[in-house]
Design a protein around this ligand. Structure first.
Ligand code: 5GP
Ligand code: ZN
Length: 114
């Protein structure tokens, strides 16, 4: 999608700090980290949010979670624990309309999700 920030990052048109990449997903450091480790994992195809997941594209989500598990181990946060989260729409405070999962770790996170 031509006017999508994360599609541009995946295409290399906007620089990012890559931490993982394979055929289906791209992962990079969040520009405004909320924890010592804050990584975004995105599908290489444009999916607007988790609300757009269907039987046709749900394999991307499974693959993202496989990648997230690898990334967490590589980043040294797997043992102590971490959070994987995705925001959806206005009330979910989604600011970039390309499906992304936040991996947050490296400190004890807040108990509240809301
Ligand atoms: P959301 O609020 O949509 O769940 O998360 C979007 C995330 O993208 C935010 O945490 C924000 O800091 C991050 N972000 C926004 N623009 C950029 C950018 O240009 N580069 C990187 N690396 N992260 C970005
Ligand atoms: Zn996109």
């Amino acid at each position: 999608m031509s006017d999508c920030l994360f599609c541009k990052i995946i295409a290399g048109e906007i620089p990012s700090t890559k931490v993982y990449e394979d055929e289906f997903v791209y992962a990079f450091k969040d520009i405004n980290p909320l924890a010592p480790v804050h990584i975004l994992v995105v599908p290489k195809t444009h999916i607007a949010s988790a609300a757009e997941i269907t039987a046709e594209n749900s394999a991307y989500v499974a693959h993202i979670f496989e990648a997230a598990a690898k990334i967490a181990k590589e980043q040294g946060i797997a043992e102590d624990g971490y959070r994987v989260a995705t925001n959806i729409g206005e009330n979910g405070c989604q600011s970039v309309k390309h499906l992304h999962f936040h991996i947050l770790g490296g400190r004890k996170l807040n108990e509240t999700m809301g």
